[in-house]
Write a protein that binds this ligand. Sequence first.
Ligand code: AMP
Length: 191
Amino acid sequence: MPNPSHQVIIFLGPPGAGKGTQAERLASDHSLLKISTGDILRDHVTRGTELGLQIRPILDAGQLVPDDVLIALIRDRLASMEKVRVIFDGFPRTTAQARELDVLLEELGAPINAVPLLEVPDEQLIARIVERGKTSGRSDDTEAVARERQQVYREQTQPLIDYYSARGQVRPVDGVGSMDAVYGRILDAVK
Ligand code: AMP
């Protein structure tokens, strides 16, 4: 039986759409844990762990880290949770990851509540990433890598929109406008 105190939100949207910032706010307003796989992976790179050394060139190139690495990471994070109250930011990114997440959530009795999809036109995405790159310190926030990340998104992550749409879970949100305006739309979408 699903436990009603569980809450699972999956944030979908291209790189640079503002998922991280908005997910952070939603998480703190609703006592949810934000799980950002990009942050977790970058932390490994910064700390120079074995995994960090392996994945650094992948992140720098804007490619995806192998599914088995991500799935192990997420399984680990969810395993210790009594109540699953999470917002996923940047996961899943492939249909294989989405399928595995379904299995994990099924085991925990925690169904997905909503899949907001943050939509921003392509050219704005690149501009936002390049702007962010001035302060983020991220090696992948350059124009060339940003373009590669958009391409990877289109090929590998966009199919997830159909995957979750088939179950009626996707809620498109216009991601253009002030942070507050976009946040208001997200709140409406996940209600
Ligand atoms: P993000 O901060 O979400 O833009 O992620 C930064 C980078 O981390 C991506 O370009 C990928 O190299 C890697 N990454 C983050 N999440 C995933 C994921 N779910 N699957 C594969 N690679 C990921």
